[in-house]
Write a protein that binds this ligand. Structure first.
Ligand SMILES: NC(=O)c1ccc[n+]([C@@H]2O[C@H](COP(=O)([O-])OP(=O)(O)OC[C@H]3O[C@@H](n4cnc5c(N)ncnc54)[C@H](O)[C@@H]3O)[C@@H](O)[C@H]2O)c1
Length: 249
């Protein structure tokens, strides 16, 4: 029970990596405050966790809305009395994912990707840090696209490079308050987002070039997030940790 009685907020909790992380953290004794834009899956998740005796708050929050994020974090602290950790996992791909050359980039698509992945993350961090009065640990979802480029994908690649930069900048800023800030950089993980990316691209990816030669399973990611958010990684901050089957090696 490495997170026993820790109060942890999770964005993107209704699907994919966020959902798997939520369920994993529930087995570790954490008290959870969950945000997502999908009300149906979120309320099903609340029911599931409550029936298992987990203390949970769920809230429909669009992370690109400052007021929604602020109100969710304030309500979390009002309910649980403190904030120990944050897994900022919400993220989005635009309609042009992997499919727009530099001359084809659509302004609205660019703004959408940045509003969720970059500005939305900033809203979360800005709301979370002031409540970590006894130290804390923050884990952000970056991507292999935060470390290397891929063609026809400038908006997503730039937004995830920004996540790595935001992680490093904040780690330097709040380390003296015993708040650690790290991010993880997944390669292809089997989730609804990966399937949407395949639809936009018009075909499944060929992952044989990865050292491990296969897609990642969603259950393979939460143990890394647990490690980064828990005291097991007490001397690690500002890092961007790959979980990519050997893409970037
Ligand atoms: N799956 C992959 O291959 C992969 C690879 C690299 C990085 N990532 C990153 O990992 C994170 C999780 O991705 P996933 O694959 O689980 O995707 P997913 O689509 O399954 O889950 C993302 C969740 O974020 C929520 N979300 C989207 N926009 C939001 C917003 N504005 N406010 C609040 N919630 C919002 C969605 O509703 C969804 O529940 C993302 O940040 C993604 O960029 C995923």
């Amino acid at each position: 029970m490495s997170l026993k009685d820790k109060v942890i907020v999770i964005t993107g909790a209704a699907s994919g990596i966020g959902l798997a992380t939520t369920r994993h953290f529930a087995t570790l004794g954490a008290k959870l405050s969950l945000a997502d834009i999908q009300p149906g899956p979120l309320s099903a998740l609340e029911e599931e966790l409550t029936s298992r005796g987990i203390q949970v708050l769920t809230r429909v929050v669009d992370v690109s809305s400052r007021t929604a994020v602020d109100s969710w974090i304030n309500d979390t602290v009002a309910k649980f009395g403190k904030l120990d950790g944050a897994a900022n996992i919400a993220g989005a791909i635009g309609n042009q994912h992997n499919s727009a050359s530099v001359t084809e980039i659509d302004d609205d698509d660019w703004d959408f990707v940045f509003s969720v992945n970059t500005k939305g993350l900033m809203y979360c961090l800005r709301a979370q840090v002031p409540h970590m009065n006894s130290g804390g640990s923050i884990v952000n979802a970056a991507s292999i696209s935060g470390l290397v480029g891929s063609k026809n994908n400038m908006a997503y690649v730039a937004s995830k490079h920004a996540v790595v930069g935001m992680t490093r900048a904040l780690a330097k800023e709040v380390g003296d308050r015993n708040i650690r800030v790290n991010c993880f950089c997944p390669g292809p993980i089997e989730t609804p987002m990966l399937r949407k990316a395949a639809e936009i691209r018009g075909g499944e990816g060929d992952w044989s070039f990865l050292a491990l030669g296969r897609l990642g399973e969603v259950k393979e990611v939460p143990p890394l997030i647990e490690f980064l958010i828990s005291p097991a990684s007490s001397f690690i901050t500002g890092t961007a940790m790959s979980i990519d089957g050997g893409w970037n090696c």
